[in-house]
Design a protein around this ligand. Structure first.
Ligand SMILES: Cc1ncc(COP(=O)(O)O)c(C=O)c1O
Length: 350
């Protein structure tokens, strides 16, 4: 995604730091959306969706891909495609699937989660994985899947390396358990580790990744895997009413996002490092190490909720009622914005 100004079409009213999901489509995306060739994707006839699905499955060296509306939808459909009611999935206690997807895999899917500890880098506890694996007998929910998250959101956006994933794969492969990746930010991981998405997902069976986070597209995720798996995902997508028609309008923005992703993701990482540097200079703020685009930090104040409110009055949207805050630099923000944020925060805290 080129670095052109996303505020050509609407005014920048404030500095938005809550997430990388607040990006506006770039002028290039808007043009591609306007010009997109479309058809009925419900029948597999939208050429732009087909192009995006083919392009992304090739990028990850998987057989096939399905365009879906969101990350949560992609994870949920993947779980349904892997598991039957009463099957068990092993997931991390801090994973987005476990903590932030409303327990949908259980409430709607009847899938039973076995929870294992996640360390501060987002890595799952290997011994706990071993002890949670269950084969079917009349008392036990059989383990049919293990899911990881890379980069790991609540663990500070840190990337798991191919070696980390291999540690998990050594166990799952012995037990014939596939690995699903919640790769909402897998491109951030690949750029941070200076590797390719393909290299990072060699031992992973199925993937959900988001176009609408750091990649900057307005809508959409891809689910990737072998043909049999993606056919199941299509079936479940239809079941929950998630099949769309002339979705090429949206897929077109995704294609623009993926062309030159290295450049745009790297720009976000550089901004995040700059933000880390600026926050480190402020008394009573302790930033956590930054490896990708998520900047977590601790605020030493009795009234973080008050500071959060006052920040908003100064045109900065970000923070929390608690002492651990997350700011997310993204497309459309500048170093000047970050200088203003640091300056304002310093005045409010000290
Ligand atoms: C790691 C992770 N997975 C999945 C999602 C869900 O994506 P969406 O908001 O597109 O449903 C998010 C959203 O922030 C996320 O951080």
């Amino acid at each position: 995604m080129p670095n052109s100004d996303p505020y050509q079409f609407q005014e920048k009213t404030h500095i938005e730091l809550r997430a990388d999901t607040y990006t506006l489509p770039s002028p290039e995306m808007r043009k591609a959306m306007y010009e997109a060739e479309v058809g009925n994707d419900g029948f597999g006839e939208d050429p732009t969706v087909n192009k995006l699905e083919k392009m992304t499955s090739e990028m990850f060296n998987k057989e096939s891909g399905v365009f879906v509306s969101s990350g949560i939808m992609g994870n949920f459909l993947s779980m349904l495609a892997h598991c039957q009611r009463g099957d068990q999935v092993i997931i991390g206690n801090k994973s987005h699937i476990y903590t932030n997807e409303l327990g949908g895999i259980s409430s709607l899917g009847g899938i039973f989660p076995a929870i294992v500890d996640t360390d501060e880098r987002g890595m799952l506890n290997i011994n706990q994985i071993k002890s949670e694996i269950q084969e079917y007998d009349e008392h036990l929910a059989p383990t049919k899947l293990l899911a990881i998250e890379n980069t790991h959101n609540s663990c500070g956006g840190k990337p798991l390396s191919p070696n980390d994933i291999n540690e998990i794969y050594k166990i799952t492969s012995k037990n014939n358990i596939p690995i699903h990746l919640d790769g909402a930010r897998i491109f951030n991981a690949a750029v941070a580790l200076e590797t390719t998405p393909e290299n990072l997902t060699k031992n992973i069976d199925t993937i959900q990744f988001c176009l609408s986070k750091g990649l900057g597209a307005p809508v959409g995720s891809l689910v990737l895997g072998n043909y049999e798996f993606t056919q199941k995902v299509r079936k479940w997508r239809k079941t929950i009413g998630g099949t769309t028609r002339q979705a090429g309008i949206l897929a077109a923005a995704g294609i623009v996002a993926l062309n030159n992703y290295e450049e745009s993701i790297k720009r976000d990482h550089d901004l995040a490092k700059y933000m880390h540097e600026k926050l480190s200079e402020i008394e009573n703020i302790t930033p956590e190490p930054v490896e990708t685009n998520l900047v977590f930090f601790n605020i030493n104040a009795d009234n973080p909720g008050e500071i959060f409110k006052k920040l908003k009055e100064k045109g900065i949207n970000g923070g929390a009622e608690t002492n651990r805050w997350r700011f997310v630099p993204h497309y459309g923000l500048t170093k000047k914005d970050i200088d203003y944020v640091a300056e304002t925060l310093n005045k409010l805290i000290n």
